[in-house]
Design a protein around this ligand. Structure first.
Ligand SMILES: NC(=O)c1ccc[n+]([C@@H]2O[C@H](COP(=O)([O-])OP(=O)(O)OC[C@H]3O[C@@H](n4cnc5c(N)ncnc54)[C@H](OP(=O)(O)O)[C@@H]3O)[C@@H](O)[C@H]2O)c1
Length: 201
C-alpha cells in the first residue's frame, strides 16, 4: 500500500482517478470542499505547504488543470496566462517542488487531455497546455532523481462529463471514469516512466 496524494479529488477527473487507487492510502487535496488538505496549485507556497503537512508520500496524482475556452481570435493574454498558470505551470510546480519531498522510487502522474491530438473549436488553450505537459513528462522523466517516475494520463472526454462537454465534442465517444482510473492505476502501480497514457474510445 502506497500513500498517494490525489489533487483535485472532488472533480470529475479526480473521481475517475480515485477508482484506480483503491488499494492505496489516498490523501485528498483540492481548492475547496471536503478534502484532507486545501491546496491551490497556482500558488507555490500552497504546494510546498501541502507536501510539508502530508510528510511521507509515495505518489502524487494531479487531476487539476483549469482552462479558459474561447475562439483563438477572442482569447486574451489574461485568459492564456490563467490557463498556463494552472494546467501547465501549476503541474510543473507540483513536480518541481514535489521532487524535494516525495519518497525514493515515488511517482508523479499528471493530467493532459485528448484535445492536443484531436482539436476542437474554443479549446486552443487546453490543447496547447496539454501538449506542453505531454512533452514535459516525456523529457523530464530523464532528469528525475532517486528512481522517481513520472507519467501523464491523456484521456478523451469522460462519460461523467458528457453533459458539460458533449455539445462541443461532436463525433467523440466518451469513456467511463473507471477506464480512465485504470490509466492512473497503471502509472502509480506499474514501472513505466516518461509515458503519455492515452485513453480513447
Ligand atoms: N472531464 C473530462 O472529461 C476531461 C477529459 C480529459 C481531460 N480533462 C482534464 O482534466 C482536468 C480536470 O477536469 P475535471 O473535468 O475534473 O474538472 P472539474 O470537475 O471542474 O474539477 C476540477 C477540480 O479542480 C479543482 N481546482 C481548480 N483549480 C484548482 C487549483 N488552482 N488548485 C487546486 N484545485 C483546483 C476544482 O476545485 P473547485 O471546485 O474548488 O474549483 C475541482 O475540484 C482538466 O485539466 C481537464 O482539461 C478532463
Amino acid at each position: 500500500m502506497k500513500t498517494v496524494i490525489l489533487i483535485g479529488a472532488l472533480g470529475k477527473m479526480g473521481q475517475a482517478a480515485l477508482t484506480g487507487l483503491s488499494k492505496h492510502r489516498v490523501i485528498t487535496a483540492g481548492r475547496s470542499g471536503d478534502v484532507d488538505h486545501i491546496v491551490d496549485i497556482t500558488n507555490e507556497a500552497s504546494i510546498r505547504d501541502l507536501y510539508k503537512k502530508v510528510g511521507h508520500f509515495d505518489a502524487v496524482v494531479n487531476t487539476v488543470g483549469f482552462c479558459e475556452y474561447a475562439e483563438f481570435s477572442e482569447m486574451t493574454q489574461t485568459q492564456w496566462m490563467t490557463t498556463i498558470m494552472s494546467k501547465m505551470m501549476g503541474q510543473i510546480n507540483l513536480v518541481r517542488i514535489g521532487q524535494e519531498y516525495i519518497a525514493d522510487g515515488g511517482s508523479f502522474t499528471l493530467i493532459s487531455g485528448i484535445l492536443n491530438v484531436k482539436p476542437i473549436p474554443f479549446a486552443i488553450a487546453d490543447a496547447t497546455t496539454s501538449g506542453a505537459i505531454d512533452t514535459f513528462v516525456k523529457c523530464v522523466a530523464l532528469e528525475m532523481p532517486r528512481n522517481i517516475r513520472i507519467n501523464v494520463v491523456n484521456p478523451t472526454v469522460l462519460e461523467e462529463a458528457w453533459d458539460v462537454y458533449g455539445e462541443m465534442m461532436a463525433g467523440f465517444q466518451p469513456v467511463p471514469g473507471k477506464l480512465v482510473g485504470k490509466a492512473f492505476e497503471r502509472s502509480v502501480d506499474g514501472f513505466i516512466t516518461g509515458e503519455v497514457i492515452f485513453v480513447d474510445a
